[in-house]
Design a protein around this ligand. Sequence first.
Ligand SMILES: *Cc1c(COP(=O)(O)O)cnc(C)c1O
Length: 377
Amino acid sequence: MKKIMTAGPTMVRENVLAARALPFTNPDIDMDFFDMYMETCDMLETLAGATSGQALILGGEGMLGLEAAAASLTEPGDRVLIIENGIFGRGFKDFVELYGGNTVVFKGNYKRPIDVEVLREFLNKDNNFKYASFVHVDTPTGVLNDVQAIGTLLNEYGIMSVVDSVAGLFGESLSFDSSKIDILIGGSQKALSAPPGLSMVWVSERAWKSMEKRKQPIASYYANLTLMKNYFVDKVFPYTMPISDINGLRVAIENVLADGGILARHREVAMACRGALTRAGIELYLESGWANTVTAFVVPEKVSCQLLLEDMVKDYGIMLSGSLEEFEGKLVRIGHMGENAYDEVMAETLRALDGALRKQGFEPLAGMADYFVAFMK
Ligand SMILES: *Cc1c(COP(=O)(O)O)cnc(C)c1O
């Protein structure tokens, strides 16, 4: 079996795999399923600090959660602010425009978190937006944005917010209530360490009200969040729920709930990983704002990114991620979130990376795995 030390999907614990293999009931008509689904959503509300928001599990990848937020909130002609300092951040613009929104982009420096003071100055001049979107951890570079600061700032201006935390949630702290955000999106296959296939959304009262007040109907069926809202009272979902996926997700959520040290573990693994790379003479892409879930490093000169990724798999059985769009071929990413954020597998990954770099003539200045192990002691 290959080890998937990628920026998602991540590795999955045995008990999650086992839960997905259990016999299952008919989720359309078995009332026990509705209870189980609701309990699982309650757990998600607890995990995200969302006493005021409603969590839902959607049968589709993280992208469905993003599209559902855009489809459900955007009416043709609405002004929407796209706050972006990375590829996922800027990509949300396409969803908004697909549903007829007029976008305005606030672009940050891709090597740093969004500068909240600069954003404040921008909003002082122009704040007539129905909602704004931003990303917690923009995975292709691993930049971490301050959800609390940006969310509360937007709220001061009466602007709702849509937050993509697919690559942040459960590896980075986040509080839905205190950040005053309106739609939060997570995915099953990142730090939650369930297989790909599900997204999770948390929706505020304010966002539900905004959807109710729409003049034009939501231009989607599958991405229409209002069709999910009253599932428990109405005892109906808009489509048959992927019950085996949800059985697995439930156990992955229980794993997270039982792991009181999960955020500290992510922080330590991430710090040790960054320290190991920089001491070896490898440049991190970011100047600041390194997320605890993923680290992007610059492929050293004279090293082929493609060959490096191939050798990691061929010689060591370890998959790493390259990057996307303008970063493809330039950055490599180690996904150290969820089940990947453990000492042994990280040390093994860094040992393998050392070997794969040496094979292409790059001599690390220091032993990465040794540094990592010493740091974690
Ligand atoms: C992984 C990810 C998504 C979802 O992408 P999928 O293709 O559905 O896995 C969305 N946003 C961010 C920031 C991500 O890292």
